[in-house]
Design a protein around this ligand. Structure first.
Ligand code: SAH
Length: 335
């Protein structure tokens, strides 16, 4: 049977791609992001991001939305997809990092969408600002880090402040997103105040504005001067941990190799450490030591203060018999 041009085509379901376009330069966009945009009938996004991909979207239906129209953008995406269109909803960086992925799913769920729906949703990952900004200043995120947004448009300030306090105390490297805008100028000052309660004033800080974009601007400063720097909506602030240093203009956070290897002298293991094994102060070594200290009469409260850990945690670990071979051996030896 030959097909008849008057036969209506089977309705093809539309789809939604949540596309992270990376920091803003075409070279730093993934191939899948480019393809998803190329395949789309409709491209929806914040005006600035639409401009960043202008050369990829000629001839397509474009829906430009402003900053405050995020839910609207998700609704437009669903409507278009329900009509059978392929939609690319674009976010800068990664769509799942302070981007459109979350609000889109919330809107979809509200509308009764499930993963079995004919409208399929794809999330296309992109390099987030913390990746891009870190790459521009060296290797600041090589140890535990976290991201905090200073935007209080949707998050109460006490929540933000509590998180700042917790991560400052826990010595994370931190990437501050949305650090400052025309109207939100005091948040960065409060963040600095909270950090200075736990961190040294000379802790390295890098402020990267518009990474990989035309107006890119990078400033290296320190925690005590951070709030005086030129910071705006397009900046990400990277605050180092207590080991982060700056050398030859590069901000570097050590992985910890120096705890185990002699970095200056051929890289051999330092005394008491073994390549491929946990540190002598890793979990088992630390537990072993904890048991020894406790057996020698150091009380749980003193140990909790010494290691900066909760008393009940120390008490609970001491309750556990020390079963590891290393631990037994040494307890036997010390007995
Ligand atoms: N989804 C984005 C983040 C959106 S929130 C991502 O994954 O990167 C907006 C914030 O991201 C800005 O206030 C700024 O802190 C940061 N940001 C986004 N692009 C940036 C860039 N090119 N350079 C520096 N910071 C950027």
């Amino acid at each position: 049977m030959t097909s008849d041009s008057t036969t209506p085509a089977a309705p093809t379901a539309g789809r939604i791609a949540l596309v992270g376009i990376g920091p803003g330069s075409v070279q730093h966009m993934t191939q899948r992001a480019r393809d998803a945009i190329a395949e789309a009938d409709v491209v929806i996004g914040y005006v600035t991001y639409i401009k960043l991909v202008a050369d990829l979207i000629e001839g397509k239906e474009i829906v430009r939305k402003s900053m405050t129209e995020e839910l609207d953008r998700a609704v437009s995406a669903l409507q278009a997809a329900r009509q059978g269109k392929k939609v690319a909803l674009i976010s800068s960086g990664d769509a799942g990092v302070y981007g459109m992925a979350g609000p889109t799913f919330e809107v979809l769920f509200q509308a009764g969408w499930t993963p079995d729906d004919p409208v399929q949703v794809e999330i296309v990952p992109g390099a987030s600002a913390l990746n891009s900004c870190a790459a521009r200043v060296g290797a600041p995120l090589t140890h535990d880090f976290c991201a905090i947004s200073l935007s209080d448009l949707l998050t109460p300030w006490p929540t933000i402040a509590r998180r700042l306090d917790a991560v400052a105390m826990a010595d994370f490297v931190v990437a501050l997103y949305n650090p400052k805008s025309g109207r939100r100028t005091r948040q960065i000052v409060e963040a600095q105040r909270l950090f200075l309660r736990h961190r040294r004033p000379d802790t390295p800080v890098a402020i990267v504005k518009s990474a990989y974009r035309r107006r890119e601007h990078i400033v290296h400063t320190t925690l005590d001067r951070m709030a005086d720097a030129d910071i705006g909506m397009l900046s990400t602030v990277l605050i180092g941990n207590s080991h982060t240093f700056v050398r030859h203009g590069l901000m570097v956070t050590p992985r910890g190799y120096g705890n185990k290897y002699d970095m200056a002298d051929g890289g051999g293991a330092i005394e008491g450490e073994r390549p491929g094994r946990s540190l002598s102060t890793g979990l088992l070594g630390w537990l072993q030591n904890l048991h020894l200290e406790h057996a020698a009469g150091v009380d749980v409260h003193t140990l909790a203060t010494r290691y900066g850990l909760p008393v009940d945690y120390i008490a609970a670990t001491l309750q556990e018999p020390c079963t590891d071979t290393e631990c037994q051996t040494s307890e036997e030896t010390s007995a």
